[in-house]
Design a protein around this ligand. Structure first.
Ligand SMILES: [Zn+2]
Ligand SMILES: [Zn+2]
Length: 587
């Protein structure tokens, strides 16, 4: 039977990738498609092709309904299992269900299913007691080769990180277990826009005023405390008013405007500056009935402005939106894309979607997600090639005016190396392992092995690695020790010796020298400095002092240097690189 509906080429590719993957593996997989790419069509096609029972799970009834409707529109019949939709059918070959309803009726899912498809799968947590995991666990009891496929536009969440481990283009997203094992297909937003599947965003740099959230402290996920944000915003009421005046002015040419506020208080304030009869405010506390009504009125264009805080996502689809005003901070490219994505649906007569960022996020919509909180406001994603395996990593970093990477924050190469497994000659199975090249590392004092800068125990010998904070604390207690926060180094030559002077922030100085005639001293220098040259991007083994002096600028400086007093001089004992602890960092 031919497909009763025509898939776009990339949708067909996503379907093919799924079939290929599950033909050779039972490991769970994720497909990443931008909002508006037509995930429900991919789901419908996979459901159509399946021979045995399949279950399509989502967390809201709107999506259950949408996915089911898409499937039925091709003349197929599927069941719905959702208390919210007042239907509990599970006798069909394909069942569209809400995760809450299934997990409340687990005893009714005793059949053998071959495939579970999870829409908006970034909501699946790794926690085994979660609703999704309990359902998967139960269905695996009936069928131990159950396939699990997730679909999402945002495979990354600030609080959880990547939702999968391995990417099909040959790299590792995480060294830890994740809810899904593989990403098997991914399409960038730029592809959708360039081919006219989505509206072109008009990213205008015309904000009359901008908030500056960069002075606030971030938590470890790169997010700000609501209290801090409110405090900052309450000092800038005039800024908010000026911004909203500009929004209203620009909105004269627009039909649907979505405004993303930072907090509930902020959203209320913004709403107060907007024309009352054209504005709706939706927060987490808005009654569901009221919320539905407001969204309905917005879609019917009775309301022009929709103010909200977090992203209105699931079940929200208003193609006429043609102006997005961002007044909230965000560190994540995914979240930013999600916000802008609200305005990118195609609609009749819609030329583009105006996007103005009033929060100084300076997120590039087309940048890849880095997967770590942005370390500081002027960081950008940079490409760093691994000297070990050649893989092109994406890390946060900085570039010079010509686009060359001058600094990056990557720690370990994310490339995947294929390893031939000997024990399975039948299929020549390939196991894949993450490249172990480290751009930043702590050296094990016992075996010399390289470890992550936060490691407590050596990966190779399991010996304890000294915590730099303990080292500093101990040294600071000693009368005959000196600790400097290193602000920079100068190098000079004295016959066959290379002399390094470490300059402390308060003008102190420590010196040491390496005799380049002696291989052992050269080796120590190269382990300390050569290996870390250019943030580990271009490690070098130096044999001549001239070569070192020639590229001084690329030589790393330690954050701290510890020395002990000898009879007539201070002897350097430790140089602490890439320090991340509690003592104030040198800069
Ligand atoms: Zn590598
Ligand atoms: Zn070791």
């Amino acid at each position: 039977m031919n497909a009763p509906f025509k898939l776009r080429p990339y949708q067909q590719d996503a379907v093919d990738a799924t079939l290929n993957h599950f033909r050779k593996s039972d490991e769970s997989a994720v497909i990443v498609l931008p909002t508006g790419a037509g995930k429900s069509l991919v789901i419908a096609e996979l459901a159509r092709l399946a021979r045995r029972k399949i279950l399509v799970l989502t967390h809201v009834k709107e999506l259950v309904e949408q996915n089911h409707a898409k499937y039925q529109s091709y003349g197929l019949t599927g069941g719905i299992f959702s208390a919210g939709l007042k239907r509990k059918e599970n006798r069909h070959q394909v069942t569209f269900a809400s995760v809450q309803s299934v997990s409340a009726n687990l005893d009714r899912f005793r059949d053998e299913y071959s495939l579970v498809i999870i829409d908006e799968c970034h909501r699946v947590s790794g926690d085994e007691t979660s609703q999704y995991q309990r359902i998967i666990g139960l269905l695996q009891q009936q069928n131990d080769s159950l396939k699990v496929l997730g679909l999402t536009a945002t495979p990354y969440r600030l609080a959880m990180g990547w939702i999968y481990r391995y990417h099909y283009r040959g790299f590792v997203r995480s060294e830890e277990n994740k809810p899904f094992v593989h990403c098997i297909f991914e399409l960038p937003l730029s592809y959708m826009i360039n081919r006219g599947y989505l509206t072109r965003p008009e990213l205008v740099n015309a904000a009359v005023a901008q908030y500056d959230f960069s002075t606030l402290d971030q938590d470890r996920f790169g997010e700000y405390a609501e209290k801090d944000v409110n405090q900052l915003l309450s000092k800038h009421k005039r800024v908010t008013r000026a911004i909203i005046e500009q929004v209203v002015e620009l909105a004269a040419q627009r039909t649907g405007v979505m405004i993303f506020a930072a907090t509930v208080d902020h959203a209320r304030e913004i709403t107060g500056y907007l024309p009352e009869h054209q504005t709706a405010l939706i927060t987490g506390a808005t009654d569901l009935k009221v919320r539905e009504l407001l969204i309905q009125r917005f879609k019917q264009r009775q309301l022009k402005y929709l103010v909200n805080i977090s992203v209105l996502t699931t079940g929200f689809d208003a193609p006429h939106v043609d102006f997005i005003a961002i007044l909230r901070p965000t560190q994540s490219v995914s979240l930013y894309q999600q916000i802008v994505g609200r305005g990118l649906r195609l609609d009749q007569g819609k030329q583009d979607c105006l996007v103005i960022d009033y929060a100084g996020n300076s997120v590039n919509l087309y940048h890849p997600e880095v997967g770590e909180p942005k370390p500081n406001p002027d960081s950008e994603p940079v490409q760093v090639f691994c000297p070990g395996c050649g893989f092109a990593n994406i890390f946060w970093g900085k570039t010079d005016s010509e686009g060359r990477v001058i600094e990056h924050y990557g720690r370990r190469c994310q490339g995947l190396l294929g390893v031939e497994e000997e024990e399975s000659p039948a299929e020549q199975r390939e196991r894949r392992e993450q490249c172990d090249y480290r751009f930043r590392f702590k050296e094990c004092p016992h075996c010399g092995g390289e470890n992550d800068i936060a490691a407590r125990n050596c990966l190779q010998c399991n010996g304890a690695i000294i915590d730099p904070d303990d080292q500093l604390r101990d040294a600071l207690k000693l009368k005959d020790a000196m600790v400097i926060r290193c602000a920079g180094t100068t190098l000079s030559r004295q016959d066959s010796r290379l002399r390094i002077t470490y300059h402390g922030e308060d003008g102190e100085e420590l010196n040491e020298s390496f005799d380049f005639r002696r291989p052992a001293q050269r080796h120590v220098f190269n382990r300390l400095f050569g290996r870390r040259l250019a943030n580990g991007q271009a490690p070098k083994t130096f044999t001549r002092i001239e070569d070192v002096l020639g590229i001084q600028a690329l030589l790393p400086a330690p954050d701290f240097v510890i020395a002990r007093k000898q009879k007539h001089y201070w002897q350097v004992q430790e140089r602490i690189f890439d320090y991340q602890g509690n003592y104030r960092k040198a800069y």
